[in-house]
Design a protein. Structure first.
Length: 328
């Protein structure tokens, strides 16, 4: 009977599809690498689609080391409106549906309308090829307390649809802090009049690096929720924005100083995340990943350098003081 439920209208075995959501810098890519290895070890043939709101995707480079004959990496980029972005997602899924994957995993940017995911998969022919399996939300346990209403709405919508909510960045976090984060997620359901009731068992509070097969066995069976709540639009003009610097180079110490200053300078707007690959010397490049809570810099090999700034109501003139004229 289970096999019959997994078969499309033409008798073809349906492809499972997972969505990994999470706010900017929450740790989605770190989780995805562990999750993909678990699935590959189980013998699944998978495709990962990096689905980015911006015009270029840095996480594709980070994921290159898990690419193999049984793990394909694909990319969709935005930058020219949500309708065009949605069409490209549908087109990509149609193309991937022909390739015999057991599972497709979509990792969107932290700026993603969950309705887009559900709406696309309910359309023909995708409704005949794919079955939604799991929605997994990664939530930063160190998420700052003062975030905008649009950010709270996005966080609510991601948690509301998730079968499992994984708390990330648990280093130096106490049990009361974890309880505070869990309660905060629950309170968002009330703030936005969401029908979802979050329970204690919906959370996994284990460092991502420590997730074992028992945890993944639970995650892969967690499913998803189609909660209802009043829809709120996200303004592309006044809301989330992305600024790009292609072929970017900087002295390493100066780079760190400028990143820290841009994150805390309110004149720059609400900068949520700065990430990318930067040329720091004739033969050296670094990967930088920064939020207000933490900053990571490590040596890396990359064919291209690009710096990406993501935030709300970004002020390009103020940001230029730190990084120069943006490319896009």
């Amino acid at each position: 009977m289970r096999w019959l439920l997994n078969v499309g209208k033409r008798g073809m075995k349906m492809i499972k599809i997972d969505l990994i959501t999470g706010f900017l810098g929450a740790g989605k890519t770190t989780f995805l690498k562990k999750y993909a290895k678990y699935l590959l070890d189980k013998g699944e043939r998978i495709c990962i689609i990096e689905n980015d709101f911006g015009a270029i995707n840095v996480d594709m480079v980070i994921l290159q080391d898990i690419a193999s004959d049984n793990c394909n990496l694909e990319m969709i980029v935005g930058g020219d409106g949500r309708e065009a972005h949605q069409r490209r997602l549908k087109t990509k899924l149609i193309a991937m549906g022909m390739n015999g994957y057991d599972r497709v995993i979509i990792e969107p940017s932290g700026i993603f309308d969950l309705d887009e995911f559900f709406d696309v998969l309910y359309e023909e022919p995708l409704d005949r090829w794919y079955e939604i399996d799991n929605v997994i939300a990664i939530v930063d346990s160190k998420l700052e307390k003062d975030i905008t209403r649009e950010s709270r709405y996005l966080l609510m919508s991601e948690a509301a649809s998730a079968g499992t909510i994984i708390l990330s960045k648990l280093e130096s976090i106490s049990d009361p802090d974890i309880e505070f984060t869990e309660q905060r997620i629950k309170s968002l359901m009330e703030e936005f009049k969401c029908s979802r009731v979050i329970k204690e068992e919906d959370f996994i509070a284990v460092p991502i690096e420590c997730l074992d097969d028992n945890a993944f066995n639970q995650i892969v069976k967690s499913g998803y929720n189609k909660a209802s709540y009043p829809k709120e639009g996200i303004s592309e003009k006044e809301g989330f924005q992305t600024i790009f610097y292609f072929d970017y180079s900087s002295d390493a110490e100066k780079l760190i100083e400028n990143v820290r200053n841009a994150l805390k300078n309110e004149e720059c707007g609400k900068v949520h995340r700065i990430k990318g690959f930067v040329q720091t010397g004739a033969d050296t490049k670094v990967e930088i990943n920064a939020t207000r809570q933490e900053l990571s810099v490590k040596d890396v090999e990359s064919d291209r350098t690009v710096l990406i700034i993501i935030g709300e109501q970004l002020n390009k003139d103020a940001i230029k003081k730190y990084f120069g004229e943006p490319s896009l």
